[in-house]
Write a protein that binds this ligand. Structure first.
Ligand SMILES: [Zn+2]
Ligand SMILES: [Zn+2]
Length: 137
């Protein structure tokens, strides 16, 4: 997906911070916190503040362009909201992995027994393979 695929609603100005945030998500299919994103954007736009990043993330989430992921005791993570998928959350390193193995099942059940499924939140928790090596050899 290139950065031209996201269109803001009319009247929403594409400010420089917003543009950089959208570019980041277009180029990186990952899950980041406001702080993590701030550290990526700061070198490209030295005058940007953390409050601006927070505001733009909330703004893009309320427009449905980004999705906010919440885990107890952790700051919110954000990702592009362009496709429904399951997540695997590592309780040790707090990394979030997309579980694509469930994509087909999610799509296949979008109209389940006559219901229309609008949103899917499947959350798996455990220990990622990196942490398994790091902590348990
Ligand atoms: Zn881990
Ligand atoms: Zn995801």
């Amino acid at each position: 997906m290139d950065s031209n695929n996201i269109h803001l609603p009319e009247g929403k100005r594409l400010t420089k911070p917003k543009q950089l945030i959208l570019e980041y998500f277009n180029n990186n299919r990952d899950h980041v916190t406001a702080d993590g994103l701030f550290r990526k954007i700061k070198p490209l736009l030295p005058q940007v503040g953390i409050a601006t990043v927070y505001r733009n993330l909330n703004d893009l989430a309320s427009l449905g362009i980004l999705k906010q992921l919440s885990y107890p005791g952790m700051p919110a993570f954000y990702e592009l909201a362009d496709r429904q998928h399951a997540h695997f959350y590592c309780e040790y390193c707090h990394q979030i992995y997309d579980i694509t193995a469930l994509d087909k099942a999610i799509e296949a059940n979008r109209a389940y027994e006559g219901h229309y499924i609008k949103e899917v939140n499947v959350e798996l928790r455990g220990l990622c393979k990196k942490c398994m090596v790091d902590y348990f050899g």
